[in-house]
Design a protein around this ligand. Structure first.
Ligand SMILES: C[S@@+](CC[C@H](N)C(=O)[O-])C[C@H]1O[C@@H](n2cnc3c(N)ncnc32)[C@H](O)[C@@H]1O
Length: 648
C-alpha cells in the first residue's frame, strides 16, 4: 500500500549509486556551469570528447535548422498544480535552509524491510560512498536487505522508476548518469519510491533525493519541453479538429492523459511516464473523497471549496465529452466511451492539480505542462528551489528548443530529500488539490467570512430590530466603485490578517460622527479612522472568527484527544486522519487569532470604547432575504487557476 505507516525506502542501482567524488575542480565546474561561466576542468577549458548517445539522440530529435538560434534565454517558470514561488536573491556560498521541511527522508524514518536498521543503513551508505563500481551500491543494499523483502525484486515501483529513467535518457537525451563522465559530475538526484512526513509519519509517495552532496545553485535537472504533456502535444495527439485552438489547457491535457494511460497504454510514447503516475487513492485530494470522509471536515471552509470543485469538474466533463455534441459522440474512435469515463477524468485532474507545472515566459508565453521526473519532487513550504525554462544547448550551441530546468535552493547532504515549493499554499488548498496538509505551514490560513450587509432602508424595513445606517447607500456605492463585494471572505493567517479586511471593515463601520459630513471616499482606510471605529472593526473580526469556530461540531480538544489515541487513530483511513488533523489545525489557528485580537484590543486601550455600533451589525451571517453569492477566498484562487467555468 502506498500510504504506509512503516515506510520503506526502496532504492535501485539506477536510483541510488554513490559515485566517486569528482575532483573539486570538476565539481566546481559542474556547480557553476549554469551561471554562465565556461566550464573548466582542472584549470583547462573542457574539451568535449565525442558526445555520448544523449547528444546523438537529442540531435536526432532536433528539427533541421533548429540549432541556429543564438541568444541564451532564461525563463521564469511556475509550478501548479505546482505554482511558482519567485526565487529570493541568490545566496552565495551554500548553506542550509533556515527552516526544516516537514517531510523528508531521514535515516530515522527508514525501515529496511524488516532487516537492517538505521545504523546498518548509515554504514551501508558510508561503505558505498567509497566504492565507485557501478552497481556495487545496489549489491550492498541487497546483501543487507535494504531493498526490502526479496532483495527489492517484485517491487513494481522500482522497475517503473528504472523504466522512466531509461526513457528519459533514450528519448529525451536527459542526463541522468550515475557516474561522472568527461568532466560532468554524476546526476545529482535519485528517485526514492517512498518518503514520509516526519511529523505525521504519513507517506508522501515518491520523492527525489540527493545522490551526492549538492551545492546551492547547482543545476539539478534538465527536461526537454518536447517530452512534456501540454495543450500543444494534446492537440497533436488527439487532433486539432477535436481539441480546437484556444481550448482550456487543463481540459486538453486531461484528454491526453486519459488517451496515453487508458487508450494507448503500453503502446503510448509516454508509457514509462504513465507508469510512475500515482492512482487517485495514492494522492487523495478532497475533491475525490467520498461524502463520509468529507463529513469529517464539517465546519471547515474546505468543504465548500471541495463541493464547488466537484461540481465544476462534473460540468466540464459533461460539456466537453458528454451529450450529442461531446467528443465521445463526435469522435468515438479517438475518444472511446469506455476510457473517457468520469472516473478517469477525475484521475486526470488529480494528476493535473497535484503535479502540472505552470511554465511562465516561454517563447510562446505561459503554458501548463506535465513535466516527467520534475514532478517527482515533493513540496516544502520552506523550500526556495525554483524551476525555470530556457533554450537548450550550451553557451556555444543553442538548439532553439526549450527545456525545463531546476536549480538547488541550498546545499543538500547526500541522501537528503530535495524539495521545491509549490507556492505559498494554505493547508486547505493543499488538501483540496494535493491530498496532504502540513503540520508546519507558514502560509496556512483559514477563510473567515466577514459579511456586513449595509443596513439600507430596505434591509432595515425587512428585518425587525435592524436600524437603518444613514451611510448605507454611500457605502454600497463606494464598495462598488472599488470593486468589492458586500460580503467578503478573508484568509485569516496565524500571525496576521489581511490589510484589505481591515480596510473593508473600517469603511463598513463608519458613522456620521466619523465622517463629519465628508464623503466616504475622502478617507484613508489603511489607517485607523477613530478609536471607536477601530474598536468596532476589531470586535467585528472577533465576532466573525468566533462564528467560524462555532461551525465546527467538535472542539479542538476533542480532536487532540482523537489524535492522541494512536491505536484508535491508526484505524481511521488516510482521508479521515488528514481531516481530523486539518480541522484541529484550523481551530488552533482561529483560536490564536482570537487571542491576538483580544490582546490587541486591550493593548490599544480599545476595550473601554463604546461598541454599540459593532453590535448592530450582521457579522458572519447574511441578513434574511440575501443569498450568499460570493466565492470563498479559496474558490477565488481556484478560479484564477484557469478553469473556465463559474463555480456556482
Ligand atoms: C508533484 S507530486 C510529487 C511526487 C509524488 N510524491 C509522487 O509520488 O509522485 C505531488 C504529490 O506528492 C505528495 N506530496 C508532495 N509533497 C508532500 C508533502 N510535503 N507531504 C505529503 N505529501 C506530499 C502529494 O501526494 C502530492 O499530491
Amino acid at each position: 500500500m502506498y500510504r504506509s505507516t512503516t515506510p520503506v525506502l526502496y532504492l535501485l542501482k539506477e536510483e541510488l549509486f554513490i559515485p566517486p567524488r569528482p575532483s573539486s575542480a570538476a565539481q566546481e565546474a559542474s556547480n557553476n556551469g549554469h551561471k554562465g561561466g565556461s566550464r573548466e576542468v582542472g584549470g583547462r577549458e573542457r574539451v568535449s570528447p565525442p558526445r555520448s548517445s544523449r547528444w546523438e539522440t537529442r540531435r536526432r530529435r532536433t528539427a533541421p535548422g533548429a540549432a541556429a538560434a543564438s541568444c541564451t534565454l532564461l525563463f521564469a517558470l511556475a509550478l501548479p498544480g505546482i505554482a511558482f514561488t519567485p526565487p529570493p536573491p541568490r545566496r552565495h556560498g551554500g548553506g542550509g535552509a533556515s527552516c526544516p521541511p516537514s517531510s523528508h527522508v531521514s535515516t530515522s524514518s527508514l525501515s529496511a524491510g524488516g532487516e537492517g536498521g538505521e545504523t546498518e543503513w548509515v554504514k551501508a551508505l558510508l561503505e558505498a560512498g567509497g566504492d565507485n563500481t557501478p552497481g556495487k551500491f545496489e549489491e550492498e543494499m541487497k546483501m543487507k536487505g535494504l531493498l526490502g523483502p526479496n532483495r527489492g525484486k517484485g517491487n513494481t515501483k522500482l522497475s517503473a522508476n528504472a523504466r522512466l529513467i531509461s526513457w528519459l535518457e533514450e528519448e529525451g537525451g536527459v542526463y541522468l548518469a550515475e557516474s561522472s563522465t568527461w568532466g560532468e559530475a554524476p546526476h545529482p538526484l535519485a528517485i526514492s519510491t517512498e518518503t514520509v512526513d516526519e511529523i505525521t509519519n504519513e507517506s508522501s509517495g515518491r520523492g527525489l533525493l540527493a545522490r551526492r552532496s549538492i551545492n546551492d545553485g547547482d543545476e539539478l535537472l534538465k527536461i526537454p519541453l518536447d517530452l512534456c504533456l501540454t495543450r500543444k502535444s494534446a492537440r497533436r495527439e488527439l487532433g486539432k479538429d477535436a481539441l480546437q485552438e484556444g481550448i482550456n489547457e487543463y481540459l486538453a491535457v486531461a484528454c491526453q492523459l486519459i488517451h496515453e494511460k487508458f487508450v494507448k497504454g503500453e503502446d503510448s510514447f509516454y508509457a514509462a511516464y504513465m507508469g510512475v503516475l500515482p492512482e487517485v487513492d495514492e494522492v487523495n485530494p478532497t475533491f475525490t473523497w467520498p461524502d463520509e470522509d468529507l463529513a469529517f471536515l464539517e465546519g471547515s471552509p474546505v468543504v465548500a471549496a471541495t463541493r464547488s470543485l466537484q461540481m465544476k469538474l462534473r460540468r466540464e466533463y459533461d460539456d466537453l465529452l458528454g451529450g450529442p455534441d461531446g467528443l465521445v459522440a463526435k469522435f468515438p474512435l479517438r475518444f472511446p466511451a469506455e476510457h473517457y469515463t468520469f472516473e478517469n477524468w477525475e484521475w486526470a485532474f488529480t494528476m493535473l492539480f497535484s503535479r502540472a507545472i505552470r511554465l511562465r515566459n516561454l517563447q510562446v508565453g505561459e503554458r501548463l505542462a506535465m513535466v516527467p521526473y520534475a514532478d517527482l519532487i515533493n513540496h516544502s513550504a520552506f523550500s526556495q528551489a525554483f524551476i525555470d525554462a530556457r533554450e537548450s544547448g550550451d553557451w556555444l550551441f543553442k538548439s532553439g528548443e526549450e527545456e525545463v530546468i531546476l536549480y538547488a535552493d541550498r546545499g543538500y547532504r547526500q541522501m537528503e530529500q530535495v524539495y521545491i515549493s509549490y507556492g505559498q499554499k494554505s493547508n486547505a488548498e493543499l488538501l483540496l488539490l494535493y491530498g496532504f496538509a502540513l503540520e508546519r505551514n507558514p502560509y496556512n490560513s483559514v477563510d473567515v467570512t466577514v459579511s456586513i450587509a449595509p443596513r439600507t432602508k430596505q434591509i432595515a424595513e425587512a428585518n425587525e430590530g435592524v436600524e437603518e445606517d444613514p451611510l448605507a447607500d454611500e457605502k454600497l456605492e463606494f464598495l462598488l466603485s472599488v470593486g468589492r463585494d458586500q460580503t467578503v471572505d478573508f484568509p485569516c493567517y496565524a500571525d496576521r490578517y489581511p490589510v484589505e479586511m481591515l480596510e473593508y471593515l473600517r469603511l463598513m463601520m463608519m458613522t456620521p460622527e466619523d465622517t463629519r459630513g465628508k464623503p466616504l471616499s475622502d478617507f484613508d482606510y489603511s489607517r485607523t479612522i477613530s478609536s471607536a471605529n477601530e474598536a468596532s472593526v476589531l470586535r467585528s473580526v472577533v465576532a466573525a472568527v468566533k462564528y467560524q469556530l462555532g461551525l465546527f461540531p467538535q472542539t479542538e480538544e476533542d480532536d487532540a484527544a482523537i489524535i492522541k489515541d494512536k491505536g484508535m487513530f491508526r484505524l481511521f483511513s488516510y482521508n479521515q486522519r488528514m481531516a481530523v488533523r486539518h480541522r484541529r489545525n484550523e481551530k488552533r489557528l482561529l483560536k490564536r487569532t482570537l487571542a491576538a485580537l483580544e490582546k490587541q484590543i486591550r493593548n490599544k486601550g480599545l476595550d473601554g470604547e463604546d461598541l454599540s455600533r459593532a453590535e448592530g451589525s450582521t457579522l458572519g451571517e447574511v441578513l434574511k432575504g440575501e443569498t450568499r453569492k460570493q466565492k470563498t477566498a479559496l474558490e477565488d484562487k481556484l478560479e484564477k487557476m484557469g478553469l473556465p467555468i463559474d463555480l456556482r
